[in-house]
Design a protein around this ligand. Structure first.
Ligand code: NAI
Length: 298
């Protein structure tokens, strides 16, 4: 089978000055995409900035014969998001792909979770995706084409100690993506989410041993690039990826229990029926889920 290429496609990758974003940028550029390498260049906790991070990756891409421009705006404000999309328009005339990847950490157990630990994490991960994707989505609607990949996390999808801020933002990106999938459908705009597992500066303190050796960042990029490709028609989906393993995560719903005059005791007495996963379904959107109620209302 022929290799997948991105000739002429314009991709914005946020937080691409290092870690996973750098790998996404290198892979897409090697396959012919014109890449906006965005990165504020701060520390893992989001403090500070350094223009060199994005510029260095652009130099790497150019050395490989690819085309890229650096952008050092922050995703965490509407102005920053608009400026990042404008960088793509100014350099390459359009935007086809947005990869929301920029991220920071401010972990703390919930009873110690102060607003200064919460707000910056929401600003970068969740609001950052809104700020960058919205102006890009406007352009994508006009051109009738777009691919949006946002970076979620198992910490939010499945839960992890000390990460209420991060987990909420990351699961927020699932809701964001599923609504974008619905709204983008008629304009050939597909939106998906990945939950990666890789050794980067973000995880180097918690990963060790064989697992750490196996989960190299470049193994995240193949699924990201596939979801960014025009041949891929997946939308509103979630993919877990790391160390060469890639799998789909889905949100399912049990058939449930029905009684027209449901009482508190009915819930207690039919708990097994309510929670039995036999015959579960995986609704693609709210309309799909409503169909699970309809048989009871005839
Ligand atoms: P990283 O720290 O190497 O990369 C994040 C990048 O985002 C950094 O280069 C940073 O400068 C940039 N950034 C931070 N705030 C920014 C802002 N306001 N504007 C623009 N750029 C900004 O870490 P890594 O691991 O590559 O993380 C990439 C994404 O993957 C993040 O969203 C992270 O939460 C997510 N993730 C990573 C996992 C892993 O195992 N490494 C696990 C689950 C999710």
């Amino acid at each position: 089978m022929a290799e997948l290429g991105f000739d002429g496609k314009v991709a914005i990758i946020t937080g691409a000055g290092g870690g996973l974003g750098r790998q996404h940028a290198l892979l897409l550029a090697k396959r012919g995409a014109l890449v906006v390498v965005n990165d504020l260049g701060g520390a893992v906790d989001g403090t500070g900035s350094d223009k060199g991070a994005a510029e260095h990756v652009v130099d790497e891409i150019k050395a490989l014969g690819g085309e890229a421009v650096a952008d050092t705006n922050s995703v965490s404000t509407p102005e920053g998001g608009a400026a990042i999309v404008q960088t793509a328009i100014d350099a390459f005339g359009k935007v086809d792909i947005v990869i929301n990847n920029a991220g920071i950490l401010r972990d703390k157990a919930f009873h110690n979770m102060e607003p200064e630990l919460m707000n910056p994490v929401f600003d970068v991960h969740l609001k950052g995706a809104f700020h960058v994707t919205r102006p890009a989505f406007v352009k994508m609607r006009e051109q009738g084409y777009g691919r949006i990949i946002s970076t979620s996390s198992a910490a939010g999808i499945f839960g992890n100690f000390g990460q209420t801020n991060y987990g909420a933002a990351k699961m927020g990106l699932v809701g964001f993506t599923r609504v974008l999938a619905v709204e983008g459908a008629k304009n050939n705009i597909k939106a998906n989410v990945i939950a990666p597992l890789a050794l980067t500066r973000m995880t180097e303190n918690i990963m060790s041993g064989t697992m750490a050796e196996k989960i190299v960042p470049e193994l995240i990029s193949p699924i990201v690039a596939y979801l960014a490709h025009e041949d891929c028609d997946a939308t509103g989906r979630i993919f877990s990826v790391g160390g060469g393993r890639v799998a789909e995560v889905f949100i399912g719903e049990t058939p449930g229990y029905y009684k027209a005059d449901l009482s508190l005791e009915d819930v207690r007495d039919h708990w097994d029926a309510i929670t039995s996963r036999d015959g579960y379904q995986v609704p693609a959107n709210l309309g799909d889920e409503l169909k699970m109620f309809l048989p009871h209302f005839k």
